[in-house]
Write a protein that binds this ligand. Structure first.
Ligand code: 5GP
Length: 174
């Protein structure tokens, strides 16, 4: 079963990037090309029948499977990046972190008004990042049709923060 296989390779790194945090390291997945393909096939299977025009992936690990999935579905991919990284005209959204704040951006011509957008990231923790990403998509009049994550940290119970944008939330590992 895919979830079990993924759990077996995802590494827990204690005290990274700061003391007290156990970081889920997905880099071992990337070394296994068969597993990478299985991930893409599984996302595609779970998204069957949903009209997605564009996948928006969040820097930087959201680019990995976000781009692979977009390519597999034969649809465009757009990056959502940290402040100051995107070269063309952008719109921004700031959100609170445990300490301080972060800002993410998207190109203002990332997609057409009214298009159906799937937001992708590697991991859902508190939901702060994808809520900010969702606001960016809505500022550009995109319609969020769902979220996909490789990992969801369910104990943080952040699904509720996303359902006001879309109730389709796909996570391969819980
Ligand atoms: P949130 O905003 O939901 O609290 O945090 C999710 C964001 O932080 C994602 O962009 C994700 O890449 C990153 N992140 C937070 N914790 C982890 C972790 O343990 N492992 C990985 N791979 N990413 C994490």
């Amino acid at each position: 079963m895919l979830e079990k296989e993924l759990k077996d390779v995802i590494r827990d790194i204690p005290d990274f990037p700061q003391p007290g945090i156990v970081f889920k390291d997905i880099t071992p997945i990337l070394k296994d090309q068969r597993l990478c393909k299985e991930i893409v096939f599984e996302f595609a299977r779970r998204l069957e029948g949903i009209k997605i025009d564009v996948i928006a992936g969040i820097e930087s690990r959201g680019f990995l499977f976000g781009m692979m999935l977009a390519n597999h579905l034969d649809i465009p991919f757009v990056p959502i990046r940290k402040q100051g990284k995107l070269p063309y005209k952008t719109i921004s959204e700031s959100y609170k972190l445990e300490y301080g704040q972060a800002t993410i951006e998207i190109h203002e011509d990332a997609f057409e008004k009214g298009q159906n957008i799937l937001i992708h990231d590697d991991l859902l923790a508190t939901g702060g990042t994808v809520v900010a990403a969702s606001k960016l998509i809505e500022k550009l009049d995109g319609k969020i049709v769902g979220y996909s994550f490789v990992i969801s940290l369910d104990f943080l119970q952040s699904h509720g923060r996303l359902t006001r944008f879309s109730d389709r939330i796909i996570s391969l590992v819980h």
